[in-house]
Design a protein around this ligand. Structure first.
Ligand SMILES: C[S@@+](CC[C@H](N)C(=O)[O-])C[C@H]1O[C@@H](n2cnc3c(N)ncnc32)[C@H](O)[C@@H]1O
Length: 337
């Protein structure tokens, strides 16, 4: 089943062109269900993406745009422009000539749908709650104290919250998970490099974008090897992450706009529950109060957590937009007692 959050391709393009992104996404008006025929839900099994070289991942140049964060001292994040992703994929198509490229399929799906359930889960664009989460993190760096912490961003897509932490303090490690391998390769990894090693300068920008050369050097791979990357479904992900001891578990789990699908809520919750470190680990969940058309949202997620009685929940951010946006913090109940 495919969904569209009431945007045309042009609107999505212009959202990507807008360096603040947020304004055009504020018109969110719910889901359009475009596919009426039930189709069997495919399942991409979870696995770790191990990077041994970047030749088949990175192009020679990247086009970056800026995301201005209103609240923090390091007030700009960089993200790969969607047009650049399209350009890379078109070039690969020319090169392959005969083979239909899996990247092309994901881009075609993303042009017409926000999400195609079980096939493409929306990771190529930045969703507005991701920016709420970045702003929240930037206002609370002292309270959250990322130094030496193990952090995981689930359903990362363009990964701005995880990358924000990677660039500001000195975390032990920030790991990233997305449903689609293509999303990790086309946006997550380039965005990490743009914000850590490639770092465009102000003078590189003209008309809102900067073209940055990607050098062939081992530093890039070294930087990426500081993180682990996981792809595929949340169902079974805990076995793939394979955290043997409490010490290896995550101090902080971040996730944004991932609780829209009622079917996958229990699996997402399970990953959080089993990979968060006791007793002090916390999870930050940024989401809309309801996702019209698919039924998920904050209310349902809260019910799931309250029934399980493992975590306490607090709403720590509440933006009264047309559809309310919230950030929840989960912490272990036995720690709160
Ligand atoms: C709407 S996108 C949000 C992307 C990003 N967090 C943001 O806010 O910009 C939802 C993300 O959740 C992840 N996701 C959705 N369903 C999933 C599932 N069943 N298993 C694993 N990941 C899933 C995908 O990785 C996808 O990128």
């Amino acid at each position: 089943m495919s969904f569209r959050f009431n945007f045309s391709s042009e609107e999505l393009e212009s959202a990507e062109n807008d360096s603040t992104v947020r304004s055009s996404l504020d018109n969110y008006d719910g889901l359009n269900i475009t596919g009426k025929q039930p189709i069997p839900k495919p399942f991409i099994p979870p696995r770790e993406l191990v990077l041994n070289n970047l030749n088949d991942v990175l192009p020679l140049t990247l086009i970056a745009e800026r995301i201005f964060i209103s609240t923090c001292e390091q007030s700009i994040l960089y993200k790969r422009h969607l047009s650049d992703v399209k350009f890379q994929v078109a070039q690969e198509d020319n090169f392959l000539e005969t083979n239909y490229n899996e990247n092309t399929r994901i881009l075609e799906l993303a042009a017409d749908n926000d999400i195609v359930q079980g096939v493409y889960e929306g990771g190529l664009k930045t969703w507005e709650c991701a920016l709420d989460l970045v702003e929240f993190l930037s206002k609370n760096t002292d309270n959250l104290n990322f130094e030496g912490k193990r952090i995981l961003e689930l359903g990362c897509g363009t990964s701005l919250p995880g990358i924000y932490i990677l660039t500001t303090k000195n975390p032990f490690r920030v790991d990233f998970q997305d449903y689609n391998e293509q999303v990790l390769k086309l946006v997550t990894i380039p965005n990490i490099l743009l914000n850590t090693l490639l770092c465009p300068k102000t003078e590189d920008f003209s008309n809102g974008t900067a073209e940055i050369d990607v050098p062939e050097c081992v530093n890039l791979l070294d930087q990426l090897k500081r993180s682990r990357f996981f792809m595929g479904d949340w169902n079974g992900l805990i076995d793939t992450i394979n955290l043997d001891s409490e010490q290896e578990k995550y101090d902080l789990i971040l996730t944004s706009e991932t609780i829209y699908n009622t079917d996958s809520l229990p699996n997402l919750y399970n990953v959080i529950k089993h990979s968060l470190k006791r007793p002090n680990g916390i999870a930050l969940i940024a989401a809309k109060s309801i996702y019209f058309g698919v039924g998920g949202g904050v209310l349902l997620f809260r019910q799931l957590i309250e029934q399980d009685k493992v975590f306490g929940i607090k709403i720590i951010y509440n933006e009264k937009a047309h559809v309310k946006r919230e950030i929840l913090i989960l912490s272990f109940l036995d720690c709160l007692a």
